[in-house]
Ligand binder design. Structure first.
Ligand SMILES: [Zn+2]
Ligand SMILES: [Zn+2]
Ligand SMILES: [Zn+2]
Length: 327
């Protein structure tokens, strides 16, 4: 895990700057959901919650891979899906085939024992015009406890061959068949958010909506997350963007890390702020900004707000926005 740490840290910051990632993680954490595999109408494995946010199955898979790499998601138990070896569809129809004549007209029969006399026969033989009667001792059977199930077999309705293990045939919905020996077992995992990152993510995921509420309460028009076009024509995403009636505006980005937030977060936010030119640019660093980040920040005109767990950040931003000359 050693060489992962520093690379992962800035990777996580980058990933968490993406509003889609935020939204999906928010759903998983705040709504306490897991990503579970499901078989879709196309017969393939889908992670519905992820696709709802990322927009497409491929994007969802890529997103999951990236989150695993960054240690944000972890693998849970796998489910093995019976899958067509050609089309990878996980929704085959299952049929039972007679080993002898290959007909697929099996009747399932349960063997029943009458405990009183020890007689064993098919369940249908105990049916006497709607009443349960032992075909051997002719006694009426009044409760289920008088009988015991003692086996199951399959009888071919074509050639009457009996077997307890018929051949299982899988019919792919693309129009061909395969047997037990050809099928593929495709493991599909469930994924959940790594416990160690839940805390730090929670503060960011809850903080953005709280800051949006604060600013709209102060009379701003707020977008969160916001996508804006800069002067260069490039689109930028911000956690919160707010504009007042007088044309004054505030851009807020939230950077969260296990330890102090690295300079890369300052640089990437500066690139956006430089292109968007808001009146006030605020970078909220949770739990703090590293010395290097602070040094870089000095020349960039970004206001840095540090907060241990995010809970005090709303008040700090409020004070900034209310300050004369910025609001
Ligand atoms: Zn197939
Ligand atoms: Zn009997
Ligand atoms: Zn048969």
């Amino acid at each position: 895990m050693m060489q992962v740490s520093s690379e992962n840290k800035s990777g996580r910051q980058k990933a968490l700057a993406d509003p889609k990632t935020r939204e999906l993680l928010r759903r998983l954490i705040v709504e306490k959901k897991q990503l579970s595999p499901e078989v879709g109408a196309d017969g393939l494995i889908h992670y519905r919650a992820a696709e709802e946010v990322t927009g497409a199955p491929d994007a969802a898979h890529e997103w999951i891979e990236e989150m695993l790499r960054l240690g944000i998601l972890k693998k849970g138990p796998a489910k093995d899906f019976v899958t067509c070896p050609v089309h990878s569809r996980a929704d085959p129809l299952i049929e039972l085939e007679c080993l002898k004549c290959k007909a697929r007209k099996m009747r399932k029969t349960t063997l029943i024992e009458h405990l009183y006399c020890g007689y064993i026969d098919e369940d249908t033989k105990f049916d006497n015009e709607g009443f349960l009667v032992c075909p051997n001792c002719k006694r009426a059977i009044k409760s289920a406890e008088e009988l015991r199930s003692s086996g199951v077999w399959f009888e071919c309705q074509n050639c009457l061959t009996k077997t307890s293990i018929p051949k299982v045939v899988f019919e792919c919905r693309e129009g061909h068949e395969f047997g037990t020996s050809e099928l593929k077992l495709s493991p599909a995992f469930t994924y959940s958010v790594e416990e160690s990152v839940v805390g730090q993510l929670q503060s960011a995921l809850i903080l953005a909506p709280a800051l949006a509420d604060l600013l709209s309460g102060m009379g701003y028009r707020v977008s969160s997350p916001a996508t804006l076009q800069g002067r260069s024509g490039t689109s930028h995403t911000l956690d919160v963007y707010a504009k007042s009636g007088e044309g004054s505006d505030v851009a807020i980005q939230i950077a969260v890390d296990e330890a102090a937030v690295e300079p890369s977060a300052v640089i990437s936010f500066f690139a956006k702020a430089y292109d968007l030119r808001p009146k006030l640019s605020v970078l909220v660093a949770i739990p703090s900004a590293s010395q290097a980040a602070k040094q870089i920040n000095e020349g960039y005109g970004i206001t840095l707000v540090e907060d241990q767990d995010g809970s005090g950040a709303v008040q700090k931003v409020k004070a900034l926005v209310e300050k004369p000359g910025t609001g």
